[in-house]
Design a protein around this ligand. Structure first.
Ligand SMILES: Nc1ncnc2c1ncn2[C@@H]1O[C@H](COP(=O)(O)OP(=O)(O)OP(=O)(O)O)[C@@H](O)[C@H]1O
Ligand SMILES: [Mg+2]
Length: 280
């Protein structure tokens, strides 16, 4: 077995990467894939919280990368979803604690065990983000419909194209996908957020999904439950749809959180944004 590596990244922080890693990973595992989600955000360590396994962490990614524990000692199996495993990270303040060789070794070992490895990256291009992107076969760039988020996502897309192992080895480039999260049609209508048209026009990556702003996401995060487990929420369905799209099962246009509101918003003149980006 040689796993496909999906790195969840963003330019700006706090856009929903960790939420997405947990939700997307859980939804993939529900589809029968063997999935491991790995926390590359050394120092912050919250993937374990979002998955509700924080009390079970004894050894973590750093211990394995530094040879202080075996992979089997650090991998935590989710109790709700078969096939879903978590490799948590450390709360050390040394953000550069992961070594290139250590990560290579762990990734090689994980690749033998799983179908998919999801890497939850820190934002931007700090050390942990570079580590998380290096092994990517696919990158899911998470952004919110805000100018600053889109602009930073654009920068990260350029970075992915040049810094991956695939680029280094002259292989097919990392496949880039875009996931818009915290989408609020009301705020788009009021001009406070960007319509999807604009986002897609600025960022050329394929749109995998649109996750609405939803109280259910916060609630499930606090309860340690991946947002995709509940099929009865908009966000849960959006994450499951994104997985179907990723697996190539769905090719029709993205189902929008609130179509009428969005159509209105998208009908508005879009010159403002383009000007903004052109002169940025
Ligand atoms: N669709 C959503 N609706 C409402 N809140 C959301 C949604 N997605 C994420 N959030 C909330 O946004 C906050 C940031 O999410 P998250 O921690 O996943 O972001 P991140 O990109 O991983 O942040 P960081 O860059 O700090 O690692 C959390 O409080 C989370 O619950
Ligand atoms: Mg995070």
């Amino acid at each position: 077995m040689s796993a496909t590596v999906i790195t969840i990244t963003s330019g700006k922080g706090g856009v929903g990467k960790t939420t997405t890693t947990a939700a997307f990973g859980a939804a993939l595992a529900l589809r029968g894939k063997r999935v491991c989600v790995v926390d590359f955000d050394v120092g912050l360590r919250n993937l374990d919280l979002v998955l509700g396994i924080e009390k079970r962490v004894v050894y973590d990614f750093l211990h394995v990368a530094n040879g202080q524990a075996k992979l089997g000692q650090a991998l935590i199996r989710d109790k709700r979803i078969d096939n879903l495993y978590v490799l948590a990270t450390s709360q050390t303040h040394e953000k550069d604690a992961l070594t290139f060789e250590g990560v290579n070794r762990v990734m090689a070992e994980l690749k033998e065990e799983f179908d998919y490895i999801l890497c939850d990256s820190p934002a931007g291009i700090e050390h942990g983000a570079i580590m998380a992107l290096y092994h990517a076969d696919h990158a899911i760039v998470v952004c919110n419909p805000e100018v600053s988020s889109i602009r930073d996502a654009d920068r990260i897309l350029g970075f992915i194209a040049s810094k991956s192992k695939r680029a280094e080895e002259g292989r097919e480039p990392v496949q880039e996908h875009l996931l818009v999260t915290r989408f609020d049609p009301e705020r788009v209508k009021q001009g406070e957020m960007l319509p999807l048209h604009d986002i897609q026009e600025i960022l050329s990556a394929e749109l995998l999904g649109v996750v609405p702003e939803s109280k259910a996401v916060l609630k499930s995060s606090n309860a340690g439950v991946p947002a995709s487990l509940d099929e009865n929420t908009d966000a849960g369905r959006a994450y499951r749809d994104a997985v179907s799209r990723f697996l190539g099962e769905v090719r029709n246009p993205i189902r929008l959180p609130s179509a009428p509101a969005l159509e209105m918003a998208e009908a508005e003149p879009r010159g403002f944004l383009r000007r903004l980006f052109r002169f940025a």
